[in-house]
Design a protein. Structure first.
Length: 268
């Protein structure tokens, strides 16, 4: 019988494991790619879920609170119950004491905007800081918001991971106003991608000029042209000095994303 050569076995074994095959390397790269793709998709899904939460838990609930105030009192927020003007903050509006139905209102000075705690960023004109008082005095439950006493605020992260804060106010806009006439809810602190998402969910189209949800300072459409896109985008940083956009041409993670102001037209 031929003797078994242990020496040849010792030399042969290491030679069979010189490295990974091309197939093995390809499989590893494929798995890594799938993991990275899943993480990226997961972030988008999480952000979309957060935007839906903002719509349902904050924006929609403030609309419900506004409507509850009307059902409970018969007037909109800040209007007089004995001599209603059908205006937000109409009770404190003294410019149009003799205003009658059918009169031209395009030159009327609107009542002050109703906010809470401070004037919302991006708003024009004067404000009354009585929003919580208006709701509390009639027993209307406000959304949880950011915290107790900050029910009109909502904190969230922009696409660069920096904190942003929404704030809601209510105001009456005179006829012909670019930001929709009548009683509106004003929402400030909205990043461009959140604005488009809310517009799509509310109006079915991300149009800054038309629909119930639109940009606060957009110009009227006088040429019969179709709607316009939301101008700002997430490559624009927030300029603290001017409150306007600074186009960086790149999305840098050290920038705070620019925010816009929007109006949401109320039913009453």
């Amino acid at each position: 019988m031929r003797a078994f050569n242990h020496a040849s076995l010792k030399h042969a074994s290491p030679n069979r494991q010189k490295g990974f095959t091309l197939v093995e390397v390809s499989l590893v790269l494929l798995v890594i790619g799938l993991i990275l793709g899943a993480v990226s998709i997961g972030k988008d899904v999480q952000r979309n879920a957060e935007y839906t939460k903002i719509k349902q838990k904050f924006v929609d609930q403030w609309v419900s609170a506004y409507n509850a105030h009307y059902l409970r009192t018969g007037v909109v927020v800040g209007d007089s119950q004995t001599q209603p003007r059908l205006m937000v903050n109409g009770e404190n509006h003294s410019v149009v004491d003799n205003l009658v139905s059918g009169q031209d209102m395009t030159s009327v000075t609107p009542p002050k905007t109703i906010c809470q705690g401070g004037k919302a960023p991006g708003l024009d004109g004067d404000v009354d800081l009585t929003l919580h008082e208006q709701m509390d005095r009639h027993g209307v439950r406000m959304p949880p918001g950011r915290a107790e006493g900050f029910e009109d605020r909502y904190a969230y992260l922009d696409t660069n991971g920096n904190p942003q804060e929404l704030q809601v106010c209510f105001q009456w806009n005179k006829p012909g106003n670019a930001a929709s006439s009548g009683n509106v809810m004003v929402i400030s602190g909205i990043t461009p991608d959140l604005a488009r998402s809310l517009d799509q969910m509310i109006d079915g189209k991300a149009d800054a000029r038309e629909g119930l949800f639109r940009k606060y300072d957009i110009e009227n459409n006088s040429d019969g042209e179709p709607g316009v896109e939301w101008a700002a985008n997430n490559t624009q940083a927030y300029d603290e000095a001017t409150g306007s956009a600074t186009d960086t041409s790149e999305n840098r993670d050290e920038d705070q994303v620019i925010t816009v102001v929007a109006t949401y037209k109320m039913n009453q």
